[in-house]
Design a protein around this ligand. Sequence first.
Ligand code: NAP
Length: 243
Amino acid sequence: MEARGSVFIVTGSSRGIGRAIALEAARRGAAGVVVNYVRSREAAEEVARSIRELGSDALVVRADVSRWEEAKSLVEAAVERWGRVDVVVNNAGILEPKPFAEMEPRDWQRMIEVHFYGALNVAKAALPHMIQRRRGVIVNIASVLGLRPEPLASHYSAAKAALIAWSMAVAKELAEYGIRVFAVAPGGVDTDMARVWGDLDWVEEEVPVARLAKPEEVAKLVLDAIENPYITGDVLTISGALL
Ligand code: NAP
């Protein structure tokens, strides 16, 4: 699907990878982009300003995607403004490293709620609009940790593995409606999230290319894949050989 003229919802696009995807969509001529956040309102407004400077329309919507009603209103806001949703990028995420022995049920519940239920909520809310027009792309930002799980991130790894499995299965169901679904699994990316592990010493030790990916490098892959009609049910890694 051409990004040019399409309407995008990018969850968690106030910062990091989501921000880069929203801006890359605008660079490629998106008709409109929903910038979504939960806490960083100012940052989200700033992203929307940059999108408008690039010539696309932008709408800022606060919604916790893990809540069904809020995910629904996120989609409704786009439909009200532009009459359609062409692309959903499920990018919103959190990472709180912790040994399983120290976790409480709320820790793994929240991880699954945000990464897994959050993606399903927004996809499900957008689906009727996509099916009606027989046009749509759903991108799920997973992680190499969903393919190669890590200690201290067992809940995160499991949530991303679930998201990958769901993407592959649902792509098979939705192909008949002309709707594509795929996952993108980055390694380490230079955002706030990469810093939750403390300092960045692990990058030189563990990443063979000895650096983090730039959010823009991930965003370009996401947009290239959206524009490639044969990519569906696939898991695209971008890991600097970390995988
Ligand atoms: P980030 O810089 O921490 O940004 C996270 C974004 O998600 C923010 O916009 C945040 O909004 C939003 N968010 C968090 N919880 C939300 C919720 N419940 N509802 C809606 N939005 C929510 O993270 P990032 O590094 O860009 O990560 C983006 C995605 O890539 C995540 O799914 C992450 O798991 C994945 N990923 C990241 C890396 C990495 O190394 N950075 C590697 C592989 C995969 P606020 O600003 O309002 O808090």
